[in-house]
Design a protein around this ligand. Sequence first.
Ligand code: HAM
Length: 416
Amino acid sequence: MTNSPPPPGTSDIMPEEIGVWHFIENAAHKVFRLYGYGEIRTPVLEFTEVFVHGLGSETDVVRKEMYTFKDRGGRDLTLRPEGTAGIIRALCATDIFAGIDKKVYYMGPMFRGERPAAGRKRQFHQIGVENAGRILPEFDAECIFMFMHYLQEIGIEGHSLLMSTRATPEDRKPAEKALKEYYSSHVSGMCEDCKIRFERNIWRILDCKNPQCAPFISETPDMLGYFGDDSRRHFEKVCALLDKMNVKYTVEPRLVRGLDYYVHTVFEVTHPGLGAQNALAGGGRYRIRPSGAKKEVEGIGFAAGMERLVMALQNHASHAQETPFAYIAPLCAEAVLPCMEIAKGLRLGNLSTVAEYEPRSLKSALRAADRLSAKFAIVAGESELEKSLFLCKDMKNGTQKEFPISEIVAQLMSQI
Ligand code: HAM
């Protein structure tokens, strides 16, 4: 069989694999609605400035990873690398600036031009939430708890929650000064990217995965102690609330996250079953000022990689593909039309049915029913049609019965 693969870093999700995707999507609809979130769908294509503005022009995502192009009208467009910036753009059209919060969840494809690796793709999918418009540590804790609830709902275990704070930009300044002092004596021995980060955005150094930089990063002074009182209080409150809700976490002062919009709480959830790309989800509190808006919008949210949720789940449980209730096949040309009629009746009665419209042998019909894992195989050849009957075989226990054509739908519907 010839195989024509899609572009590097993208993949086809085939019907045999989709069961687990539906499972995690349905659980998201269920759990997030319990917390008052409504689904939002924003375009995959946004004006480039939505991300340059929203994520920060110095982030790796904006500098190196966006799929950006000019359309035929000369507009700068980008395939969304993440969901938050576009959602905040969309929410600006609501009454979000009047102190009314908006709670939304989303799922869909994101695009980043990263080097493909196991668990790292160029087109990947996220399930995420944003709770925008209100500034309360209680919402941070609720949002994190909601993700833990979601993981429990889908049966993922063994994950770790890492917590930190990015403080506010004002409260971050003394810490930034301390970082400059520390790295000024080490930067010459660090990777080329970190040399640029040192000049442009020193916090990004803490996110560097290059082994050459690891010894310097592990000795970085604890930045939490340098942050101002307001930021420290916000973080302590979130941690205290998580304690109250029995959510286990580890404070990881070097967790800075890859996007520049974060303030206060940041968090990541890792899973040991994922290999090197072990982040199942990441999120935090953010401030974004959409272009044209007079004020910043503040919110709390997270996004989980759907491929990674699937990976974490497949290491633990199996989620079988849906199988048809019935497989129906004609064994002679005259049986084609009755097959179509019966299939129509079964489907209108909500019984999934795969129909064959070319006569085949009994043996091959039963083989096909078996391959599809259908509950019943329904067939008729000349001898059955003469008596206006169809033969139904229960594929599990092997019993078979003949039913009049006019009764077959009712008979099978009584079997469920
Ligand atoms: P992020 O950490 O960039 O955050 O991405 C969130 C999750 O998406 C990651 O933890 C990972 O599971 C998945 N992910 C990211 N990049 C890839 C990739 N190349 N291949 C496969 N999976 C990937 C955000 O996107 C923020 N918008 C989250 C957020 C929402 N913060 C506040 N609100």
